[in-house]
Design a protein around this ligand. Structure first.
Ligand code: SF4
Length: 243
């Protein structure tokens, strides 16, 4: 009997994840407004977290209209920030976080040189970003991937659902371990394409309640699909009834 080491098993999961790249020949067009500025992305994340995209976009636009420079926001009365971000909700909590976040970056980079973070290594960036008010590992990874072009894969909930159904993530390894291991196997520049494609697939096809398995180009690889077929007594290639 072959006993796999934990590293071998994790590596196998990571390789399965990376191989999904071949199932998505074209990169998905990302619909969100991509921030090019690190601070813009972090502030936007504070608004987007637990809010619908349209509401977060409206709040961010209004924030920028009222405060064309982030410095102006640090001097503004809290109630003005709350008013600007009203479409996103949770205004007291978010206005305080945003003001503290911007003030902290201003304090750390008084000459506005936070762009220098681009030259840091991944670990230094992650440590710094996660030390900022309201910024956890997911937000830090998002900023690293989309603004700084780093080789990371953030653990988004829809992605975890998809990978769990595929059987790539299970009780043995959390999604963080598998995604980090897969990130180290991908070539520079491949991370964002794979991440966007999988996320879009999870949102559009592998939906939470009724996954659209008949339209899924990953169905032959999917543990969940296999279990459902067995339960229904369907042959491997027989189409499943529409969900
Ligand atoms: S076959 Fe169904 S459950 Fe499996 S990944 Fe595709 S949509 Fe999700």
């Amino acid at each position: 009997m072959v006993i796999e080491s934990r590293e071998d098993a994790l590596g196998q999961c990571a390789r399965r994840l990376v191989a999904l790249n071949e199932r998505f020949p074209l990169p998905v067009v990302r619909t969100s407004t991509d921030a090019e500025d690190l601070l813009d992305e972090l502030v936007y994340f504070t608004l987007r977290n637990r809010s619908a995209r349209l509401n977060a976009d409206a709040a961010f636009r209004e924030l920028r209209r009222r405060f064309p420079t982030w410095h102006q926001l640090t001097l503004a009365p809290r109630c003005e920030i709350e008013e600007a971000i009203r479409p996103a909700g949770l205004v007291h909590q978010r206005a305080e976080l945003i003001q503290k976040l911007v003030a902290r970056i201003e304090n750390d980079f008084p000459d506005g040189s936070y762009g220098a973070i681009r030259t840091w290594d991944d670990l230094a960036i992650l440590r710094y970003l996660t030390s900022l008010p309201g910024i956890g590992q997911f937000a830090a990874y998002q900023a690293m991937l989309y603004v700084l072009g780093r080789s990371v894969l953030p653990v988004a909930w829809p992605l975890t659902r998809l990978l769990t159904r595929l059987g790539i993530v299970d009780q043995s390894f959390g999604p963080e371990a598998v995604l980090d291991a897969a990130a180290s196997l991908l070539a520079t520049g491949e991370h964002r394409v794979l991440y966007d494609n999988l996320l879009e697939h999870a949102r559009a096809i592998c939906t939470p309640r009724t996954p659209r398995c008949r339209r899924c180009q990953l169905s032959d690889l999917c543990a969940y699909n296999k279990r459902v077929r067995l339960r229904r007594g369907l042959a491997a290639l027989e189409p499943m009834s529409e969900d």
